[in-house]
Design a binder for this molecule. Structure first.
Ligand code: SF4
Length: 319
């Protein structure tokens, strides 16, 4: 199958134990994530802070080693790819980080930041690499003289443009963007989203877009996967999920997201209760400790994902 396929992805960490003392515990950051990103489509991974969405995105690109599950890209199993296949996959799948400053090497000029990946992948001669780096810098809206400057000389929005240029200079097919606008001012967020929109259209890119912000996901993604405590609890076409959320968590998340119309702005209700620790997750449905519709069954058994409409899946005993 073409595009990205993720099946049953898990990522667990061990904390405590060793010379720090205490009992070693397993943090189940990502417990069950399955999704697919077809060529040219944009899939959103959304949920509250700590739901595992960023860890999942990193495990998909093997920036963190997954504990279990299968990730394929255009049919190639990422875990068993040969070194040559992996090099090619790394070129085709790129990552945009939330904090562009932390992800850019402060001692590297922008020229080196953009030309180095081309060199590592054996693309072009020095003149070609220079031309390609200058072209992508101009495409993300930065002047040519930015090439010989350093990350600290730019604003947050400009640094994110550089992060985007670095991701795109290798001409990938898929971009995994982890909260790419959440560290920016609202006005700058809109500019960066417009830039990503333009680039996606021009280059026929696929996106896996991670965000806690339903407004950003609604704007950018054709399909949405809602995550809670390491699980995808609902997935389907973005418009349907936003207009008619099905899973009780998605309903509350939708109600608690800010209303964009300033004339009707009211304080949105918060989802009651704290998210349980992924080091001590509840039995049964992971959402039962906060769910207003929980039943006895919810405490005992984990609901399986069911298709409630074409392309729409919900993991809840109510369906
Ligand atoms: Fe709520 Fe039960 Fe559905 Fe979980 S399975 S979301 S606790 S109703």
């Amino acid at each position: 199958m073409s595009g990205l396929q993720v099946e049953g992805l898990k990522k667990h960490f061990t904390i405590g134990g060793g010379f720090l003392g205490g009992k070693a515990r397993t943090v189940r950051a990502v417990e069950n994530v399955s999704l697919s990103v077809a060529p040219g489509s944009s899939v959103g991974l959304v949920g509250e802070s700590g739901c595992g969405k960023s860890t999942a995105s990193r495990a998909i690109l093997r920036l963190e080693e997954p504990t279990a599950g299968r990730v394929t890209f255009d049919g190639i199993d990422v875990a068993s790819a040969s070194p040559a296949e992996m090099r090619r996959l790394r070129q085709r799948m790129q990552f945009i980080f939330q904090d562009p400053y932390a992800s850019l090497n402060s001692r590297r000029s922008i020229r080196r930041t953009l030309e180095e990946p081309l060199k590592v992948h054996g693309i072009g001669d020095p003149a070609e690499r220079r031309a390609r780096a200058e072209a992508i810098l101009s495409e993300v809206g930065l002047p040519r003289d930015a090439m010989d400057r350093f990350p600290h000389e730019f604003s947050g929005g400009q640094r994110q443009r550089i992060g985007i240029a670095r991701a795109l200079v290798l001409e990938p097919d898929l971009v995994v963007a982890d909260e790419p606008v959440s560290a920016l001012d609202v006005s700058v967020q809109a500019q960066i989203l417009r830039l990503l929109d333009d680039l996606r259209e021009k280059r026929t890119l696929s996106f896996l877009f991670v965000s806690h912000d339903l407004g950003v996901i609604r704007h950018f993604c054709d399909t949405t996967c809602v995550m809670y405590l390491g699980h995808v609890v609902e997935s389907g076409p973005t418009q349907e999920i936003m207009d008619d959320p099905a899973h009780p968590y998605t309903v509350l998340l939708r109600q608690s997201s800010p209303i964009p119309d300033p004339a009707n702005r009211v304080d949105p209700p918060r989802i009651a209760g704290e998210t349980p620790s992924p080091a001590n997750p509840p039995s049964g449905c992971p959402f039962h400790t906060r769910c207003p519709r929980a039943m006895a069954e919810c405490r005992e058994s984990m609901p399986a994902a069911k298709e409630i409409a074409p392309g729409r899946q919900v993991a809840c005993h109510l369906f």
